[in-house]
Design a protein around this ligand. Structure first.
Ligand SMILES: CC(C)(COP(=O)(O)OP(=O)(O)OC[C@H]1O[C@@H](n2cnc3c(N)ncnc32)[C@H](O)[C@@H]1OP(=O)(O)O)[C@@H](O)C(=O)NCCC(=O)NCCS
Length: 170
């Protein structure tokens, strides 16, 4: 399979503007506006370029010291289904693991089959609202949901990367 060609690179400072055309193409309405805003503010933006164009981008956040969040992930429509989204998600998870994070989250609209399939293919599972917190060994994102800007109709997906620092309460 085509593994997406070159490895992801960091987009820093003004270079992030290069991802704007892709975000415009991949998102609509509120998400388009918010993705562009997040592009400028997020601590980490990774991109895959081909022929001088950004064809895949991931926007990553650290909403808590032990938590990684895939804020946005987008692949140019003509090259979807060729492993680029998976490559970017693997890259994000590798980075989160390297930084010693405990849990990773991503969000998708409930009807976004491609996005949910992408997260599930890497071991994520839907997080129930009533779940025990990630600090207690569950995947509950207590206190983080507003920072993640989750809106109605979105599914939160979570993946445990390592054991909780303190373990479940006895
Ligand atoms: C979601 C998105 C990033 C996936 O990117 P992609 O490069 O097409 O994904 P990949 O080819 O790497 O596929 C990754 C996995 O997801 C699955 N998948 C991807 N698209 C799918 C689809 N349309 N239907 C079902 N499964 C799909 C693949 O089977 C694959 O699983 P595998 O690795 O076990 O085979 C892309 O569709 C996209 O940019 N969509 C618009 C923006 C968006 O909705 N982003 C997500 C919300 S932030």
């Amino acid at each position: 399979m085509d593994r997406g060609g070159p490895a992801p690179i960091d987009l820093v400072g003004e270079a992030r503007e290069r991802a704007v055309p892709l975000l415009r193409e991949a998102f609509e309405g509120y998400y388009r506006w918010h993705a562009k805003r997040t592009l400028g503010e997020a601590p980490i933006v990774r991109a895959i370029e081909r022929d001088g164009r950004v064809i895949g981008v991931s926007i990553l956040d650290r909403p808590a010291p032990e938590v990684g969040y895939v804020f946005y992930l987008a692949v140019a429509a003509p090259v979807r289904g060729h492993g680029i989204g998976g490559l970017l998600l693997d890259d994000a998870l590798e980075r989160f693991r390297r930084d010693g994070l405990e849990v990773a989250y991503g969000a998708a609209e409930a009807d976004n089959r491609a996005s949910i399939a992408l997260f599930v293919s890497r071991g994520f599972r839907p997080v129930e609202r009533k779940e025990p917190s990630y600090r207690e060994g569950g995947l509950g994102a207590w206190g983080l949901r507003s920072r993640m800007r989750l809106v109605g109709g979105e599914v939160l997906l979570g993946l445990r990367l390592g054991p909780p620092a303190t373990g479940p309460p006895s």
